[in-house]
Ligand binder design. Structure first.
Ligand SMILES: [Cu+2]
Length: 259
């Protein structure tokens, strides 16, 4: 029973990406780690400075209460003390350990973003993205082309991004996706959205007068709704509305009247 249930689940949802760590989670974690560490270092440094500024402050009496306890550096000579360089050694080595670990960890996280999850673990939905002045075409595996990116929830989506005219840059800020759209070549990006909803995709490369209008919707749908929608796509053109919209945009861009 359990085995057949697993087989059934695998057959019905062969491409489940809900367990895959989403790029948004990765970037959020990098941000949190840097924020926490930066705050901790800031607190230590400021507290240490304040403590000593208070402790060794001029009390106005004209006398130095620490005169016989500490050796004051004279003008032109190197300060002594610091326990034979131990303090310098500790602060250098602790800083080095923190910085090197941060670099190594961040790099490993970015490698994951670069490579994407193991394809054997989560088979991806492949969508071609074509930027043009001024809009986006999304081409599905069956050939269906649309201006609104619809994707299922909890599934790895791999984008192959290109441009049909000038340089563009495709980005979905909420899902932490961003990659160049360069004519004549494909760049790839991937994401997985764990929550349904409508997100915004934008162009991030100044590409002409309509650049700021080069925004479209990314609709993350529940898996079954997505399957239903996808089954109804005829495998060729966009739905009437979307195609009309695109023709209108292009006609406006060319300076003519909408077709
Ligand atoms: Cu653009």
């Amino acid at each position: 029973m359990a085995a057949s249930l697993i087989t059934y689940t695998t057959v019905v949802f062969p491409l489940h990406g809900g367990d895959v760590r989403a790029p948004s989670a990765v970037f959020d974690q990098i941000f949190e780690v840097f924020l926490l560490l930066g705050t901790a270092v800031g607190v230590v440094v400021v507290a240490y400075t304040m403590y000593h500024a208070l402790k060794y402050r001029d009390d106005g009496g004209g006398t130095d209460p620490y005169a016989d306890k500490v050796e004051r550096p004279e003008m032109g000579e190197m300060p002594t003390g610091g326990a034979g360089g131990r303090k310098v050694f500790y602060s250098f080595s602790i800083s080095a350990v923190i910085v090197v670990s941060l670099i190594a960890w961040t790099y490993s996280q970015l490698l994951y973003i670069e490579q994407g999850p193991d394809p054997a673990q989560a088979e991806a939905l492949e969508i071609d993205v074509e930027g043009y002045r001024f809009g986006w075409d999304f081409v599905y595996p069956n050939g269906h082309t649309t201006n609104t990116l619809r994707v299922p929830q909890d599934r790895v989506v791999r984008l192959q991004v290109t441009s049909t005219d000038v340089f563009h840059n495709f980005g979905i800020p909420a899902l932490r996706v961003k990659t160049d759209a360069v004519p004549g070549q494909y760049t790839s990006a991937w994401f997985t959205a764990n929550e349904t909803g409508t997100y915004a995709a934008k162009c991030y490369e100044l590409c002409g007068s309509g650049h700021s209008l080069m925004t479209t919707d990314v609709v993350v749908m529940p898996q079954d709704e997505y399957e239903e929608w996808y089954a109804e796509t005829n495998g060729t053109a966009a739905s009437g509305n979307e195609m009309d919209q695109r023709i209108a945009t292009e006609a406006t861009a060319l300076g003519g009247a909408p077709a």
